[in-house]
Design a protein around this ligand. Structure first.
Ligand code: CO8
Length: 257
């Protein structure tokens, strides 16, 4: 399907979504979020897809919510439409999502990256929550997911001053998983996604669910969730195949069941 604001393709078992509003540095308009959500729904429903990569352009992953759209909105507009609610779709995707970030990931763009499971950054990437400079605060999880990812000291620095950080600092503080040369960004992310997509899908989904749970629950509940999911994997053929393949010194043939 052709979209107005994104480009969608598949690379074998990997779904690739490129944000594509170059004139506005991929600012996240309502149309873009609707397009993104539609593409995510499609990849979630497609059994042939095992992992998703979300990327932007060389210049911008996304420069935040569309300020032109937001500036026109009143409190009643924004409250009655529960503005931002639809952005959360990405955080509910069950398949792993890798953000491949080059250039600016600011405001809602940084928050979108934080909703992904892995963040790969080009050495050109710049992350920030500059909403405070607009008289706003982050509205799509930036005060919460960012703080859980990098801790209070760095989150307060970014949220209160609006300071942008480069890829090296983002990696140092735990905001990104890997930094790679810009020219290799998308290929590296697609290769990692392909590797994940080739593993046992039930195990991958449960691994994602277990790690994600740690953001929402006390340790004892998280450990219990992990144990239940670990136990339940013994009901899958894939787990027995994976262990047998190791012992027989051959590659596993996972069937996703
Ligand atoms: N919204 C709308 N248009 C934008 C945005 C944006 N966020 N960012 C850039 N643009 C547009 C510019 O207006 C410009 O358009 P034009 O050519 O028509 O003038 C074009 O993109 C290119 O931008 P610049 O000329 O500014 O490019 P520079 O390379 O000089 O600067 C920057 C790049 C530093 C990224 C700069 O554009 C900038 O500071 N952008 C705004 C960043 C920002 O403040 N982001 C936070 C937005 S608020 C937010 O995200 C709140 C999220 C809360 C949840 C929201 C849920 C909907």
């Amino acid at each position: 399907m052709a979209y107005e604001t994104i480009i969608v393709e598949t690379r074998d078992a990997v779904g690739l979504i490129r944000l594509d509003r170059p004139k506005a540095l991929n600012a996240l308009s309502r149309q873009l979020i609707a397009d993104l959500n539609h593409a995510l729904d499609g990849f979630e429903a497609d059994d042939a897809i095992g992992a998703i990569v979300l990327t932007g352009s060389d210049k911008a992953f996304a420069a935040g919510a569309d300020i032109t759209e937001m500036q026109r909105l009143s409190y009643v507009d924004i409250f009655m439409h529960d503005f931002v609610a639809e952005w959360e779709r990405l955080s509910r995707v069950r398949k792993p999502v890798i953000a491949a970030v080059a250039g600016f990931a600011l405001g809602g763009g940084c928050e979108l990256a934080l909703m992904c499971d892995l963040v790969f950054a080009a050495d050109t990437a710049k992350f920030g929550q500059p909403e405070i400079t607009l008289g706003l605060i982050p509205g799509s999880g930036g005060t919460q997911r960012l703080t859980r990812a990098v801790g209070k000291a760095k989150a307060m620095d970014m949220v209160l001053t609006g300071r942008l950080i480069d890829a090296a600092e983002a990696e140092r503080i735990g905001l990104v998983s890997r930094v790679v040369p810009a020219a290799e960004l998308v290929e590296t992310a697609v290769a990692a996604a392909a590797k994940i997509a080739g593993l046992s899908r039930p195990a991958v989904l449960m691994a994602k669910e277990a790690v994600s749970r740690s953001f929402e629950t006390p340790l004892s509940d998280g450990i219990r969730t992990e144990r239940r999911l670990f136990h339940s994997l013994f009901a899958t053929e894939d787990a027995h195949e994976g262990m047998a393949a190791f012992l027989e010194k051959r590659p596993p043939a996972f069937q996703n069941r």
